[in-house]
Design a protein around this ligand. Structure first.
Ligand SMILES: Cc1cc2nc3c(=O)[nH]c(=O)nc-3n(C[C@H](O)[C@H](O)[C@H](O)COP(=O)(O)OP(=O)(O)OC[C@H]3O[C@@H](n4cnc5c(N)ncnc54)[C@H](O)[C@@H]3O)c2cc1C
Length: 374
């Protein structure tokens, strides 16, 4: 802590490590790979919020802490490196809150932001649909005007944690403007997941874990004040979020607990492959930090964010390959040996790394369009 009461990143990092050590010794969590998407613990999110480590950069007026992006990055790096269960608040903290600050009405901000900042209000993201993933503009979920708002009908798919979140931030079609590009006429609606007509059905993971869902919206009544931003501007709003979504440390630290466990074992020290991974990690951190600085400056580094995601998720997979080669072990979720347990976690979750948040092919297309002459 400095004399001005500002916690600088170095001491902030130490404070987060101390908190994590306390939580670990209290048995509040077990380090897991991919904890930012799979480790859902409302209690842990509330404990973080009580320390001021949720909604860190938001205005105090809305329950935030007015800290810098760099400080937020520092906290998140430590949480991910420790494999801590941060999924409950992750989407709301990363993209819903910033979306509300940018596009929300004063009423929406007052209603949702302080509750998110306290770790009491969780959001799921409703973009993908059965035939809509990479080609997001093809969403077919439709909101039709009704007396006091809309009636929404359609199906969202791969919706992470919809079964334990309070709201869904959904991209829906509100109109088909004649002659306009199909990106026009899309809007973002905040849908209460307990509203009549909402049916949340599990889509089990490889290991049976209930992580994502199919969310069927059957003539769901949605009030006028559920519209986020402007009607028909959903495409611009959603794509504006993507640089935030793709460039953070969660795009290269999902398998860090495995790498750390490998490096902790004396017998693997000095392995050239391990050294190469650590050097690559340093480069990815640098790239991600530069994108964070540009985002804070109000820029939209879309191609650089896509690069972080593509390189970062490849790195996450390489950690698994190197661990298998260097340690010569097989994944075992029930092993007493942490390395075999973490390897099992990583292997089971790895197929998702390069898909979620936009596939590698789509990321490379974005980078290619940015760097190749037209
Ligand atoms: C663990 C996990 C969690 C998720 N959570 C959510 C969530 O909470 N909310 C949500 O809305 N979505 C979520 N998703 C969905 C995710 O965003 C989509 O899976 C992703 O956008 C890809 O869409 P798709 O699965 O429909 O694949 P498709 O778009 O059908 O792609 C299939 C294949 O074709 C390739 N391809 C498609 N178009 C092109 C092209 N133009 N050029 C080259 N190749 C192409 C892709 O790269 C891919 O290999 C999640 C996914 C995963 C794996």
């Amino acid at each position: 802590m400095s004399g001005l009461g500002i916690v600088l990143p170095g001491s902030l990092r130490a404070a987060v490590r101390e908190f994590l050590a306390e939580q670990l010794s209290a048995g509040s969590f077990e380090p897991r790979c991919d904890s930012w998407l799979s480790g859902f613990s409302p209690q842990f999110s509330r404990a973080l919020a009580a320390r001021g480590w949720v909604a860190m950069t938001w205005p105090r007026e809305y329950g935030g802490h007015e800290r810098s992006e760099l400080e937020r990055l520092t906290v998140n790096e430590e949480l991910l490196a420790a494999g801590a269960p941060v999924a409950a608040h992750w989407f709301a903290d990363r993209q819903v809150g910033p979306g509300l600050l940018r596009h929300g009405t004063p009423g929406q901000r007052a209603r949702f932001l302080p509750a998110i900042a306290r770790g009491e209000c969780f959001f799921a993201i409703g973009m993908s649909e059965p035939d809509t993933g990479s080609d997001l503009a093809s969403v077919r979920t439709t909101a039709t005007r009704a007396d006091a708002g809309w009636r929404v009908t359609g199906t969202k798919l791969w919706t992470s944690h919809a079964h334990r979140s309070h709201y869904l931030l959904a991209l829906v079609r509100t109109s088909h403007p004649a002659g306009a590009a199909r990106h026009a006429g899309l809007s973002q609606l905040i849908i209460d997941l307990n509203a009549p007509g909402v049916h949340v059905r599990p889509v089990p993971f490889l290991d049976g874990e209930h992580h994502f869902n199919e969310v069927v919206l059957d003539d769901v009544p949605v009030s006028e004040d559920a519209l986020l931003g402007r009607e028909g501007e959903g495409w611009a709003q959603v794509t504006g979020e993507l640089a935030h979504e793709r460039s953070g440390p969660e795009r290269f630290l999902s398998t860090f607990p495995l790498l750390a466990e490998l490096a902790r074992q004396q017998s693997h020290r000095g392995q050239p492959e391990l050294g190469a991974l650590l050097a690559e990690l340093a480069t990815l951190r640098q790239l991600s930090r530069q994108v964070a600085e540009r985002l804070q400056a109000g820029e939209a580094p879309t191609a650089e964010a896509a690069l972080v995601k593509d390189l970062g998720t490849r790195f996450e997979n390489r950690v698994i390959d190197v661990t298998r080669r260097v340690a010569g072990i097989e994944p075992d979720p029930l092993s007493a040996e942490p390395l075999a347990r973490l390897l099992a976690d990583a292997v089971l979750h790895a197929p998702a790394f390069t898909l979620r948040g936009g596939t590698s092919e789509i990321m490379r297309g974005i980078v290619a369009r940015a760097v190749l002459p037209r």
